[in-house]
Write a new protein. Sequence first.
Lengths: 321, 286
Amino acid sequence: MIFRHPVFWLTLIFAGFMIWAPMHGNNVSLREDLILVAVAIILASNLNLMIGYTGYVNFGHIVFYGLGGYIGLYLATVRGWNLILSALLAGVGVSICALVFGLGILRLRGAYFALATIGILQAVQSFVSNFDPWGRSTGLYVSFDAYLPLGGARRALWIAYILIIVVMALSMILSLAIKISKFGLGLFAIREDEDAAVVLGVNATVYKAIIYSVSAFLPAVAGALMFYKNGMIDPSIAFEFMLSLEGIVMLMLGGKGTVIGAALGGGLYEKLRSYLLTAPKLSNFHLVIAGALLLVVVLFAPGGLIGWLYRLVPRSEKVIE
Amino acid sequence: MSGILASMIDGLLIGSVYGLAAMGLSLIWGVMDVINLTHGAVTVLGMFSMYLLFSAFPMNVYLLLLPVIVAGLILGLIIYWTSVHWVIDRPQLASLLSTFAVNMIIIGAGTAIWSTSPYNVNFTLRGITIGAYTFTGNHIAAAAGAVIIALALELFLNRTRQGKAIRAVADNREAAELMGISSTAVLALAFAIGIALAMASGALVSTLFPFTILSGATYQMKSFVVTVLAGLGKPLGALIAGILLGLLEGTVTPFIAVSWIPLIEFGLFVIVLVAFPKGLFARATA
């Protein structure tokens, strides 16, 4: 049972704290900090389903987030639908797209798959930049009226924040649920040796397509909420390749294959990045530092922070997850 | 009609430069089974080194290719020893991520130095005019340069001891070691040559189009498409596939907006991967 896992309760406590901290005293600047942390955790956790659990690198993971943002924003503002409904539909729509894409490109193994994901990102970006209903390269804007159904902009932003925290908590719980399920075991088997897994009766094609599609859902919902909150979207910010890559850095930093690691890496990296971006001498070099960090982790600590902890205190692996 | 023909010939010329870039990727991929994700960044470094060299020594740019290639060999050795050597026997994820980290470092440093504004190398060769169409001299010279470098590589791989050692290691590393080949030295050399090829192609591209530090992503994607079209570890095949890709681009550009090209290339990439996983030039026996 999932309720017996300490990670489940940790997630709930963490999410509760994330909601309580900025609301207590109406601290908007703290909220804006934490929302970025939450998005980082959502991206890293769902990326973990592919990289950490299944052993397939997805370089274009951000495409789910951006596409979700577009669908959600389009439905919520141009069509004037309810925000939660729009976000959920964005998630469903993107998951279906991912399933269709996935059935095609998941026939590719390992590195070929990784390359195809870069291609998907570029192809979708080039499609959206030419797509008239979504404003081509100028993108979409949220008119002020769109916030009225939620009681005005001020309240709408808080609602979007709380919803994003909920998505963050769901991401971590989803990761945990998959990890302790039979489906998760199948994914681990594919990661260790795909041919052997197939021989032992794991339907690798279906498993991979499902996990690819599942890993698209929550990032798409988060994208819809986040871009609604930001009030605008355009192809270059929706499909920012760098953010896709930073998601991989977060995951490796925290420790791939673990729920806590993905969340820890996402949170820490986002904090580090915002520190680097605001420090006057370092802001230009944040990518250099992120790259160096990734290199060090890959070369010397492939298990990330959590892997390092497990090696230091072997008992902790049993206690945590 | 003749407009399309002119556009196709231009595509052919540019395609040979794509082919040269892809040869670097294909060589590294084929010899050590590493997908070099620094490829795009290194291509851009080739563009900027050409820019810097030309600003310092305003002479014929094709003479400046030589120092760019030497710089590429040195850079290749540095990248190999810092980020590739240690992960070469680990699962592919490790080398993907480590070369990717180097890519981030290069792009980050480049953005800090040159920002993301466009640069160009201001050098023009006189072109050839046929009827109403002019083929610029730079395009012709770049294509010639690409083909010459490609043939030189092919000669090197087939006729010299070092080149044969590279092919032996690509075939079977253990067997090559048993025959007394130091595989580490060979891998480092192959990686350095691959990087130098990418730098050279970047240098040639810089004489054709304006570029920014972020231009690498486009050429990296094209190189992947070309490498996959050609099949892994077939450098000469990569040149031909590059020319094919250029020809395709030249054929479609009169009809559709340039911003659709990534979509077409990606479609091609997936179709080829799924339908011809060993490349278009795979032998029936292989």
